[in-house]
Design a protein around this ligand. Structure first.
Ligand code: ADP
Ligand code: ASP
Ligand code: MG
Length: 412
């Protein structure tokens, strides 16, 4: 007998027919004698619809009320799944975030502080199946909170850690983690195993198959995580520690995967005075306004000349960032603020980078051969990212996938 948290994403929950199919998968695990907690997302498209309604109601809406609205999608699917499971003769019941409770702080992208395991332990003891809406928790004030887009993955892993589950299975609309988004590159290859570290990096640079925070939590609690399909019955991708991969003696590619992120906007400040403190004076107000600055490039001027500073922020924070910068323009003394939203960040990730030179050079050469201009660059120990014009997204991902020898062998 194993204790398993199963999580089903929006496509898997889109409509009664699919919810019935999900019930069949839950029933199969129950019949194997496993203890189950099931975490569900809202039906595909539902959260987008609810977010849009908030925007229509007011452009600057109250995050507390936003949470009340957007948390409702998961309430519907958890109830519906419990009903269909009961219809199959299973002892299932839904438990809202506040009923466990899942304690969280903040609104719209709340952090989980703690999950009480007591209620779930009782359910397991009595042979029941708990169905839990993903994405939601309850604040110390007793208000609803939501965990940020894609947050049901994080709900599932946090619950798995709280009840000390043997593993957490993330069922989605692809059959595992691929070398890149298989919807963009049909030659993408499914990975049998990925390390937590690589998955964390891939998720953080845009591979939306798992919410980044869920991978961070799984890594911290050493929770075995599996990504698999709700629609096809075949093994998925295991996300595991470094040791497991070393043990398996698999031959490893230097690069594990390519991801892209269109959610970046570029800001360029021109005519910056060349003196100590200028860059700090630009980024301090942005930090104070909670804006996460990502890529940064500064032109090094000749002594006494003015410099140019380019950096990226999340697209949603662009207007806010520009407003903050206008406030300090005179004090800093720069000339212009230029913005560009038609950009994309493309990244290559792999632990093999640590021991292999020339990874970045290969990226730049591959892009140059296609006439793609690189606007900014960042690197970490296991990642190289470039900012390029958005129109080249698919081409860049495809040619890099081929250049790093990631294409599936049987692809035509
Ligand atoms: P869910 O609703 O189940 O949470 P998501 O839409 O959040 O599903 O995530 C699954 C999607 O992630 C896939 O449909 C795929 O297009 C996308 N994706 C992006 N990068 C990858 C990758 N490297 N491997 C697999 N899927 C990826
Ligand atoms: N329904 C939420 C979203 O679409 C949470 C999730 O599906 O993970 O972002
Ligand atoms: Mg998701």
């Amino acid at each position: 007998m194993a204790r398993i948290v199963m999580k089903f994403g929006g496509t898997s929950m889109a409509g009664i027919e699919r919810i019935r199919h999900v019930s069949g998968l839950v029933k199969r695990e129950a019949e194997r004698g496993n203890q189950l907690a099931v975490v569900v997302s809202a039906m595909a498209g539902e959260t987008d619809r609810l977010v849009q309604l908030c925007r229509e109601a007011a452009s600057l809406y109250d995050p507390r009320e936003y949470d009340v609205v957007v948390a409702s999608g998961e309430q519907v699917t958890s109830g519906l799944l419990a009903i269909t499971l009961q219809g199959m003769g299973l002892n299932a019941r839904s438990y809202m975030g506040w009923q466990l409770p899942i304690r969280a702080s903040g609104h719209a992208s709340a952090l989980i502080d703690h999950i009480d395991a007591e209620v779930l332990e009782k359910v397991f003891e009595q042979g029941g199946i708990a169905v839990i809406p993903g994405f939601q928790g309850i604040t110390p004030e007793g208000d609803l909170a939501t965990l940020g887009r894609g947050g049901s993955d994080t709900s599932a892993v946090a619950l798995a850690a709280a009840v000390k589950a043997d593993r957490c299975d993330i069922y989605t609309d692809v059959d595992g983690v691929y070398t890149t988004d298989p919807r963009i590159v049909p030659r993408a290859r499914k990975l049998d195993m990925v390390t937590y570290e690589e998955m964390l990096e891939l998720a953080s640079v845009g591979a939306k198959v798992l919410q980044t925070r869920s991978v961070g939590l799984a890594m911290r609690y050493k929770m075995p995580l599996q990504v698999l399909s709700s629609f096809e019955d075949r093994p998925g991708t295991m996300i595991v520690g470094d040791e497991a991969i070393e043990d398996s003696k698999m031959e490893r590619n230097v690069i594990t995967g390519i991801a892209h992120d269109k959610n970046e906007a570029m800001i360029t400040l021109t005519g910056l005075p060349d003196r100590p403190g200028t860059v700090a004076a630009v980024f301090e107000p942005l930090a104070a306004a909670n804006v996460n600055v990502d890529m940064i490039v500064q032109s090094v001027p000749r002594r006494g000349e003015e410099s140019v500073l380019t950096f990226t922020v999340p697209t949603a924070a662009l207007a806010h960032s520009v407003a903050e910068l206008h406030k300090v323009r005179e004090a800093i003394g720069f000339a212009d603020i230029l913005t560009e939203t038609n950009v994309v960040k493309v990244s290559a990730v792999g632990v093999g980078m640590r021991s292999n030179a020339g990874i970045a050079a290969r990226m730049f050469k591959t892009l140059a051969d296609r006439g793609i201009n690189v606007l900014a660059i960042t690197t970490s120990e296991i990642k190289v990212s470039v900012l390029i014009p958005e129109e080249y997204t698919e081409l860049a991902v495809r040619v890099l996938h081929t250049a790093y020898e990631l294409d599936a062998e049987d692809a035509e």
